[in-house]
Design a binder for this molecule. Structure first.
Ligand SMILES: [Zn+2]
Length: 93
């Protein structure tokens, strides 16, 4: 199954524009992580039963990744929301 991943396509087709010494190493590292996200390059987990097997590739966990970054942002928002809620409850008691 081919997923629609426009950022990966853009990064892969324009690697020469960003993968050189003029670009910060952290940016290059994150772009490379995005390109490897959910591929065999990062490894995978294998779930198997007696009748079937499923291979789940690892994700990159990069904030630059549309998929992983979105999840990280949602987790951060949830954490901040809990923190603010605890602060408000302490103010009122
Ligand atoms: Zn990712």
């Amino acid at each position: 199954m081919q997923r629609n991943e426009p950022l990966k396509e853009i990064l892969a087709s324009n690697r020469a524009l960003w993968d050189h010494g003029g670009i910060r190493s952290s940016a290059r590292a994150n772009f490379n992580k995005v390109l490897m996200c959910r591929t065999d390059a990062l490894g995978a987990e294998v779930y198997a039963s007696s009748t079937e097997q499923k291979i789940v590739p690892h994700t990159c966990k990069s904030r630059a990744c549309p998929s992983c970054g979105y999840r990280a942002t949602r987790l951060w928002q949830r954490q901040m929301w809990r923190h603010c809620r605890m602060c408000r409850s302490q103010e009122w008691s």
